[in-house]
Structure formats: C-alpha cells, structure tokens
Design a protein around this ligand. Sequence first.
Ligand code: MV4
Length: 577
Amino acid sequence: MAKPRILIANRGEIAVRIIRTIKELGHTSIAVYSDADRDALHVEMADQAYRIGPALAAESYLSIGSIMEAAGKAKATAVHPGYGFLSERSHFARAVAQAGMTFIGPPPEAIEMMGDKAAARQAADRVGVPIVPGTTDPVTLADARAEAERIGLPIIVKAAFGGGGRGMHLVRKPEELENALARAAREAQAYFGRPEVFLERYIDRAHHVEAQIMADAHGNVFFLGERDCSVQRRHQKLVEETPSPVVDAELRQRIGEVSMALAKEAGYVNAGTVEGLVDEDGAFYFLEMNTRLQVEHTVTEMVTGLDLVELQIRAAFGEKLDLSKVQPRGHAIQCRINAEDPARNFLPGPGRVTGYREPAGPFVRVDSFVQAGREIPSDYDSMFAKLIVSAETRPRAIKRMLRALDEYRVEGVPTTIPLHRWILQTRAFIKSSHTTTWLEKALRDAELEIPTDGTGHQPGGDGKQPMPAELLVEVDGRRVPVRIFDHRHESAPHPPSRQSARHDQAVHSVVRAQMQGTILRILVEAGQEIQAGDVVCILEAMKMENAIPAPREGTVSELPIHEGQVVQVGDTIAVID
Ligand code: MV4
C-alpha cells in the first residue's frame, strides 16, 4: 500500500491528538483550517494544511464540499472526522467513499441506523439489549395519552433524530404531556429538521454509563470497558472516569455482551460507544449508540494501554484486530477544561492565553491545543484541553487529578479548573453517589459544602470571599507566597458560590442577552408556561448557534424579540413570571 495520506476533518485538541497518532504510524497528516485557525497548533503540527473557508463552521468544518475539495487537492487517501462537526453525518461518509478515499469511521448505514433513535431502540430490543419502557415508533398526539398510561409517569419525550439532550422534555404530571410533545416536536424540527418524537419512561437518579466498542471489518467486535460520565451540566460532560464506580464485574460483563451484540446487529466497524443509564437498583438501560470516537476515549486508553485512534485507522484499512487479551488496569479520570467562567453562569471567555503551564509528572496526560500566546477562537466549542490521569485505584486517581489541577496555570482566559477542583472534593463525587442531575443541583444548592484539601487551602473558596490575588515576596531571604483578599485585586475567575447561584436565579427571571447576536428562532410564545431549561430562542452569536434556556419554570410574560432581530448585551429576551 502506498503511504496513506490522512486528512483530519476537524480542529482543536482532537485534530492535534489524531495527528500525533498519524505521525507515529508513519503516515502523512493533512490538516484543514478556517480563517479563525490559521495559526492554530493542529495546522502547525500537520505535514500539510489546507484552508477550507471562513470562521463560520457552516462554511468550513461543517462544509462537506469545502473539505472534499481540500481532500482532492491534497490527494488524501483517507479522512478522519474526529468528533462533533461531520463525524456522524452519513452523507459525509458516503462522499468520502465516493471520492475513492477511506472514511475512518463506521459504515454510513450504521451511522444512519443509530442516528434514528427510535430505530436504534428497536435494534437494541431485537438483540436483547435492555431498553427503557417506551414507544418503539414515533408517537402522534392522538396515541400519546394511551402510550403514556401504558408506560407510566414520569416520561421523557425525545426527538427521534436528535441527540445530545436537545429537544428532550420531561413529563411528571398527565396534564403536562400535550405541551411537552408540542415543545419537543417544535425543537426537534428547529434543531434537526425532523419533528418526530418518541416516549420513554424517565429514569431518575441514574449514572450515565457507556461502553467502548471497537470493531473491525471482519466481524470481530470487542468491548473495552465502560466509562462513567455522570458529572454533567446541560448535557456537557465535565468529568469522566473508567471504570464506573457503580458497575461491578457481573454488570460489566453484561453491559459488554449486550453492547457487542448491538454493534454486530448494526454491522458496526470502528470505535463506537453504547450509551446507557445505570439506575439506583443497578439495572442497565440502553439509551443510544454514538457512532464516533468520543471526547472521553482517553480514559479508556489510559487503563487499556491502547491507542484508539490507531485502532480506528487500522480497522478502516481492513486490518484484523485482536483485542481479546486486553485487560484494563487501574482507574482513569478526565477533566474537560473549558474557557468558561463557572461563576458567571459558564459564560465562554475566549481570547488570548497570556500565560500557560501544563501539569506533568507520573500518569498525567494533557490533550490540548493551547500554548502561551495562542488564541482560543470565539467561533467554536470552549473546550481547549483535556486533563487525564490514571492511578491504581479511584481514590489515588482523585488525589492525582487534584495535584495536576493544582499545577495547571492558565492566564488570560477564565477556565473551569476551579470548578473541577471543587467537584473532585465533594462528598458526592468521592462516594460516587452523584447522578446525572447532581452537578446542576449542587451548583444551585444553598447547602453547597466545599471541603478543603487538607492543606488549609480552599481552592473553591467558601463562596463569601473573592478569590485572592497571589503575590510572591522575599522576607529575609525566604520565599513567601502572599494572598491578598481584596475585591480590588480580583484576578482569578470566581469559583461557584452560593451567592452567584442565588444571584443568577433572582436576576434571571429576566432573560437577557449575554452577548450581541441575532435571534434566529423563537421557540416559546408569550403567555406560555415553560420549564427550567426549555429553550426560549436560538441566538446566533460569535458565529455559533446558542440555545438560550429558561433559567426557571414559569410563564413567559414578556417576549420583546422577533426572529432576525439583532440584540445587544443586556437586552431583554424574555421575562418569566
Ligand atoms: C434519559 C434519561 C432518563 N431517562 N432517558 C441525555 C442525553 C441523551 N443521550 C439521553 N439522555 C438522557 N436520557 C430516560 N429514559 C436521562 C438522560 C440524561 C439527562 C437528562 C436530563 C438532564 C441531564 C441528563 C444527563 C445525562 C442523561
């Protein structure tokens, strides 16, 4: 075979991560970049790089035409989609194959089957994967009531062609059903262009557990252990780990067996993830299958010693894989480091990173696209790094992560690091009693309890004081760090605090624009009753579509906006009473 030339149809830390493996394999790496990424690390690291368009993702990283044009010019022989962007678009997989190139991902038919969440449920059911009680087909308003009675409340309404938690609505009382269906269908249409929705029994207080699958083109499917991703906020995972602290050897074996059966049923090739819930009684329920490499694949790599990107490439090139002897060892945890301010309702804070030092040392890995002086563009996702550690046991991994977070220095942009430090010291996380809804509640909770790390150092602060500024002085030849507790010297982002949580709730009965942008779509009506988290409108800002959620439940009393309107920071979007 001629030396493969692999185009990476992605950016940021995952492009960097894929390029590293391509280099190790001795293949040629080809980067693509938008105008916002001309000076990005992935562009520098690749053997070659091609411009694919302006900063706007729709015209660059999401443009099949632009990327295929670059692939043609570069004489690419294969394309790796990374995650996000085009990674789960069957059209893209087909376009790559039609150009005579190898798509380093699953067959388009498998992407399509799993992209239809109702079809995925049916496939799971056929091969004995436990599914949540619900409807096998999309429901109409007419059948919904009878179906809901059969399933039993609470019920969750989901978009059949959705994903990532968008367009999901909870029904706790029978009279909420009709409204939830209408809202879910409207959001499904707005986001995914398809209005179909289906019903599932809502599983309360569960851990989000997912199985890593790797399949070759010869019918061999392997299970590489599960991950626990229960620490999330608005469907953005913040901390991931493997193994799951709530999965024992017996449950692990069952999850592995059913996940492999589903992958076989789908004719799956490549890395894939079977996502599910483990409820309080330790029962596993299938939710959906993600037909791509995931952000959190790294924790699986840390405990298995495997390079999943290498395996993806080898499987795509038709190699037989044998992973039957793989034995995961120890425990790994990942923190997703975002340029967001946890104290300002996770407001993204893109910009230039003026100072930067990554943690290092034994069993610490950082996948990042940031260096001192480099820019985090405002045009894309705010995740700029993943910090991963492994250790023999979970408690040791937690200690190691805290040590690594403590070493991490990022100046110039806000980060989620103080929040990670806080999460890893909560009793709930330490005891693994946290569920998928835990973090959001904990951030709101007046009873927030912020333990110290035993050194007297309170990384999260106590919610009453500003984060101190730090100075170094020499006193009689001895180096003395000095912390100044003074509002005038606030420098670091605030940790989440009771005050900020309460403050947000009070202020947010008026929903204001946090950034200048254009109202693309409005998803509620004046007078409508809405739930906390319902999407009020979609605001295009910084070239991204931002779903603006309702901060609390209530009635939309004012809605002084129209589609196409340009709003300024602070403008009222809606008032909720
Ligand atoms: C659920 C669920 C509970 N019961 N389905 C979220 C993303 C998508 N992959 C499926 N998700 C869920 N589906 C049933 N039947 C809980 C989640 C869920 C979740 C829901 C609300 C708020 C946060 C969540 C975090 C993880 C999973």
